[in-house]
Write a new protein. Structure first.
Lengths: 354, 354
DNA sequence: GCTTCCGATGTAAACGGTTTCATACTTAGC
DNA sequence: GCTAAGTATGAAACCGTTTACATCGGAAGC
């Protein structure tokens, strides 16, 4: 394939001139420029990206590392990152499904020299070292970080207050015996949601230790199993808070299979507000988070960090988690229009289909 | 940051030796190797990817270009690509949301030198030139191509026969007046599905020209509007085939809002089998395609193409589109177990929730 | 004791660009 | 007509690797 030297030779100029033509360095004679361009087209010359980024130290690429690419949530995050990156003329180098620190390290190493920054959802403690090493070379933005890393920006959802608001809502409806299906152990989001659940109970003077906690893993099947487990016990809780919508879907299926009516027999609340939540039977009350917005915000922070160089501070941002009341929780008050509060202090509530 | 020279100097060896240590070239003294490794760790040395790929001409990266990153379908494709890439130790460079040929060209150029191959869903004719130019340097795999490009592998769904099977099923249930909501003009999938719709009518001796065709764009809102449009006409069709599930969702909402019962008053069939299809009210009969599998298959083809070099032939693969019968079409025959046919000749049918 | 071979390492030339600095040639200023 | 300023271009260094080839001891073979 033609290189810059081929073009230079064919056009009878030096490689410096060809480079100038391709980089709009204006100080080149228009006549020469057009000749070079013509030759370049004829030779089908395209500058080599690797060579360019080697000298310029710019790649116009953002690295993205996610623990796993499963479920609608992650897709949305990626969509947000992608969209915002495009707006800034960046491409994204994606590497997901890392189950352990070792893999993260390898992936990080492979990205080095190919990215101008890294957006990362750190799965566990083992990856922190990789973050530190990467951070020494390019800016890093963390998504929902378990531990804040010095010098890294981060964006996170208000998992805690979102969960707290959801459970407070159930309590407000008169529920006293509320169970929870948790997310995978070690997952920050899952833990924060559990913490919010407990806090809401404590706030209402209920004993958090007395509540049934069923372990789950964010997957639909776990929700189904949890439903079976719950129904095997007596007395049944009057409401269940699932740590994410996927498990809520499974739970609803289990309850339906057992002939239980939602919300009459048991109320159900989820978390995430995935696309299908509004279409479930009954429509699922859940806590809405803007996954796409999370990605976009991360890119914005990254752009700031890239601009300001390594001296850039470490901004921490929180994105709201808003309770969306539908029918699965039993407070079927329609026609009241929209009612919202910010999640910041005590919880946000929104009614309606969307 | 430390370069290979820094390590070499500190360890008292040449850069060649350091390079050998990092590339397992065995012909290096174990003692020297461990000293180099130690120094490298102390200096926090990581090889620079751009420099490596410049000399080796290998990037361990696959380019992925999609027309837009919207909807579950594309997310699934990306998941498939990502998963399979990881299995082969490749990363993926993503660039989506290209609305015109110009943007595709720019993106293609930006990728050059950074990728070992390109997986692309070509949105329109204007991008063909870019494909040609890219193909001269690295292998290209096309997804659902409108036009086959000489020397490119491709993977596509059996859109035509899937749609044909769906409509044939409706006809088999006794429907004679069937409307269709089409996808965006110029979209290959949309066109093939329309073609399948017409063929099924013709097969049954019905006049394809007489059927109502409502233009859509694959989005939920378009489905809703199409529903309104259809209900404003008389007589109403007894069944509607939506070119994708997103629009079917909107259609169902419009029908529900108008007090129509599905499938009693009007039967509905979609296409794609997105996750929520099984949870809609009523559960949506649709044509299931394995978007994730499409991505995986594309990667497999790519690996073959990379292996065999530029001489590699141009394989064309087709992935089945299988009709999944649920309740929205009215053939609510439960308890009959699974019934499947391959879509290849006349259509595949599968019953049940999943 | 002299070749021969081999293992370990160094030297230097790529890879394909960008960019600093120098140079040649105009043009303007007086 | 000589200097100063400016414009267009070229030469060469550099970015951080890999790798073909050269070098250099030391062990083996005779």
């Amino acid at each position: 394939m033609a290189t810059i030297r081929d073009v230079a030779r064919a056009a009878g100029v030096s490689i410096a001139t060809v480079s100038r033509v391709f980089n709009d360095h204006t100080l080149v004679n228009p006549e020469t420029a057009s000749r070079v361009l013509e030759i370049a087209t004829k030779l089908d010359y395209w500058p080599n990206g690797a060579a360019q980024s080697l000298t310029t130290r710019r790649t116009q690429t953002l690295g993205v590392m996610l623990p796993e690419l499963f479920g609608e949530f992650y897709s949305e995050v990626i969509r947000g990152i992608d969209r915002q990156s495009r707006a800034h003329d960046y491409q994204i180098l994606l590497s997901s499904s890392h189950s352990n620190g070792e893999e993260v390290l390898i992936a990080g190493r492979a990205m080095l020299g190919r990215i101008d920054g890294l957006i990362m959802m750190a799965p566990d403690e083992a990856s922190i070292e990789t973050v530190e090493r990467v951070r020494r070379r390019v800016p890093v933005v963390l998504l929902n970080p378990r531990i804040e890393v010095e010098g890294c920006c981060s964006v996170a959802f208000e998992n805690f207050s979102g969960a707290r608001a959801a459970v407070a809502h159930l309590i407000g409806l008169g529920h006293r015996d509320i169970a929870m299906i948790t997310g995978p152990q070690g997952n920050v989001d899952a833990e924060e949601r559990l913490r919010g659940f407990r806090r809401a109970l404590a706030d209402a003077g209920l004993d958090p230790e007395a509540a049934a906690i069923i372990p789950g893993d964010f997957r639909e099947a776990a929700g189904y199993e949890a439903g079976v487990t719950l129904l095997a016990r007596r007395p049944w809780p009057t409401a269940v808070f699932a740590a994410n919508d996927g498990m809520a879907v499974g739970l609803l299926a289990a309850l339906a299979a057992a002939g239980k009516r939602v919300p009459r027999d048991i109320a159900v609340v989820g978390f995430d507000d995935i696309a299908m939540a509004a279409y479930l039977n009954p429509p699922l009350t859940t806590v809405s988070v803007d996954a796409c917005g999370l990605g976009q915000r991360a890119v914005d922070l990254m752009m700031g960090a890239i601009e300001s160089g390594p001296t850039g501070g470490s901004l921490r941002q929180q994105l709201p988690a808003v309770l969306v009341v539908r029918q699965s929780c039993g407070s079927d008050i329609t026609g009241t229009g929209m009612l919202e509060q910010t999640a910041g202090d005590g919880g946000a509530v929104r009614r309606g289909r969307k």
